[in-house]
Design a protein around this ligand. Structure first.
Ligand SMILES: [Zn+2]
Length: 311
């Protein structure tokens, strides 16, 4: 049996997990992400954590396949190209981490890596063509085609959050453009749609009593039958239907797996999207299975280790 590490490098913590080659997670732990000094300690810290673990557990080098790592930025040929969250510019992460550990290293973008994890052992298990989207503060994504991650020429493959849904939008997206998927379909997007609806008129709604409106509040009020909340959700599901209908018309996947904070709404999210999805998708691509992600915060670590297995 061979083993390896899956690392999910985030802006505040680094999650490290130890796997056997069948994909069983044997151990996991976290270390803080030290972003000071241009993030220069991050890679040495990860190497240190991995090396200490190998020593502690007496793991022979011959038993190890390597380290896979997901990073919050674009990765091309093992080199990170700007990662604002970490204070990084151009960082040859595979080479640097490999030098410090003596192990093979394979890196990719964190959303892509989470997609790979959900495809491998999560909500997309058993399908060969999977679109994964994560609906959180922003919208991330990853596309698996014939069992392989679509990286793209510039490491931006599967970056679904910045497709334009509404060119007439006046607010500016985090990427600098206007009208991106992320501005409507993220958790932040739902809250924005909610404020826009509430400001439109004075129709009574329990949402008006809340000081800090969240995405969850909108779903909860909708479940309780609040008409304004239901209207907001209807607008949201329409955007999601456009987004996924267009994406599936191009990719024609077996499964769409939805993760991130918004997916905690559960089945009501999938049921709400379904009619709009069928309205917008090209008929030949309409037989898609929708599933909720089920690895939670571990998706990145699973997918990172899968990078090593696929190497
Ligand atoms: Zn954008």
């Amino acid at each position: 049996m061979k083993y390896g590490f899956g690392v999910d490098l985030g802006g505040t913590t680094v999650k490290i997990a130890y796997f056997d080659e069948t994909g069983t997670m044997l151990d996991k732990w976290e270390i803080p992400t030290r972003r000071d000094n241009g993030g220069e300690n991050i890679i040495p810290d990860i190497a240190d954590a991995v090396n200490r673990y190998r020593k502690e557990k007496n793991i022979a080098d011959t038993e190890l396949l390597g380290i896979g790592i997901g990073v919050p930025g674009a990765v091309v040929n093992g080199v990170v190209n700007r990662c604002v969250n970490l204070g990084w510019g151009i960082v040859p992460i595979e080479e640097e981490l490999s030098k410090l550990t003596g192990l093979p290293v394979k890196a990719s973008n964190d959303a892509n890596v989470a997609a790979l994890g959900e495809y491998w052992v999560g909500g997309g298990k058993g399908s060969q063509n999977v679109i994964f989207i994560t609906l959180g503060t922003g919208v991330g994504g990853g596309i698996i085609l014939d069992g392989k991650l679509l990286n793209g020429t510039h490491g931006a493959g599967g970056e679904l959050g910045h497709m334009v849904l509404n060119p007439k939008e006046t607010a500016i997206c985090g990427c600098g453009k206007r009208g991106c998927v992320e501005q409507y379909c993220s958790a932040t997007g739902i809250v924005r749609l909610a404020h826009q609806r509430l400001e439109k008129d004075g129709v009574a709604s329990t949402l008006r009593e809340l000081e800090d409106l969240t995405c969850r509040d909108v779903f909860d009020a909708g479940k309780a039958g609040d008409q304004v909340a239901l209207e907001i959700l209807d607008t949201y599901f329409d955007y999601m239907g456009q987004f996924l209908g267009s994406t599936c018309s191009v990719i024609d996947p077996e499964a769409v797996v939805i993760g991130g904070g918004v997916s905690k709404a559960g089945q009501v999210l999938l049921d709400g999207i379904a009619p709009y999805f069928h309205k917008y998708v090209f008929h030949a691509a309409s037989g898609v299975k929708f599933a909720l992600a089920n690895l939670g915060n571990d998706a990145g670590a699973y997918g990172a280790f899968k990078l090593v297995l696929d190497k």
